[in-house]
Design a protein around this ligand. Sequence first.
Ligand code: F6R
Length: 363
Amino acid sequence: EKGNYRHFMEKEIHDQPEGCQRTIAAYVDTLTAHTAIPGEVDWARLERVQIVACGTSYIAGLMGKYLIEQLADLPVDVEIASEFRYRQPALRKDALAIAMSQSGETADTLAALRFCQAKGMMTAAVVNAVESTMAREVDVVWPIHCGPEIGVASTKAFTAQVSVLTAVAVAAARARGRIDEAEEQRLVRVLLEAPRLIAESIKLEEAVRSIALDVSRARDVLYLGRGPMYPLALEGALKLKEISYIHAEGYAAGELKHGPIALVDEQTPIVILAPFDSYFEKSASNMQEVMARGGQVIFITDPEGERHAPAGARVVVTAPKCDPLIAPLVLSAPVQLLAYHVAVCKGADVDQPRNLAKSVTVE
Ligand code: F6R
């Protein structure tokens, strides 16, 4: 079932245009270009959203926070489920709890969800496994439609989860009067463009592979980003460490001076995620700071960002131009492909990384 691919992970990276397309189609009306989110959520009156999840699903949730707060002006808390369930979080009934989980069985996420239910909150779950425990127990199920994910390192589930939360952000923004109908339709059309642009972005595979051997010799790799590129930096670092066993850290680029810059030397690859958005100037100056200390910059950007990038990057990877709404989806592919090819260079067992399980049903 791997077809011509060496690993499920590689296949699943390539499955993403289709997985996102099927997922997005379930959350928008393609004819009228309106959002169509299943369930009776009263977005206009909702006071807050509480997202709980683990691992990559947590990072997808964090991406959701950036999207929902910016577009819909709706406060979103995102918390690692194992922390949330054991502290005494201050919850209110008028919040919607959203669990993010590919498997729908992760023990800590399930416990966090049940905790929210016990507090009388409405619950939703973004799951891949629609027969799972979480799907059975929540008020609203928001399935992703990317097909079963076999590789232990999550890829297509991540972009499908982000697709759902992007549609939710647009729907909430419209319901809360933050955008008008024309803007809703524009954003939905932008979202519908994502699968084609993800497919374009996957074509960067050769460019990414050409730097993989270099990166595979590193001891540490830093990933930096601002705004929605910050969660993607976290995801890049998580993916790299889990399959290649190279120590990697994702940081908000503005945190550079507050610690991680101490790690930078000539041997350190620094992946900077910076499309030409409102954060670009700041990210470009972070790039100069790390280059001044000998850091080897891998600059992942878009065509406009490439034109404005400071000279001196070790390599520039240029993803297709897109609306900022879908940049997290479009830039995910090169980030995942980098981790994948570095792991292949190291001869690692990409689909079955050591010590990891696909579904973590014990805490
Ligand atoms: C990382 C990865 C894990 C899972 C985490 C949550 O690539 O796959 O971090 O994201 O174990 O699993 P689910 O989404 O099934 O709750």
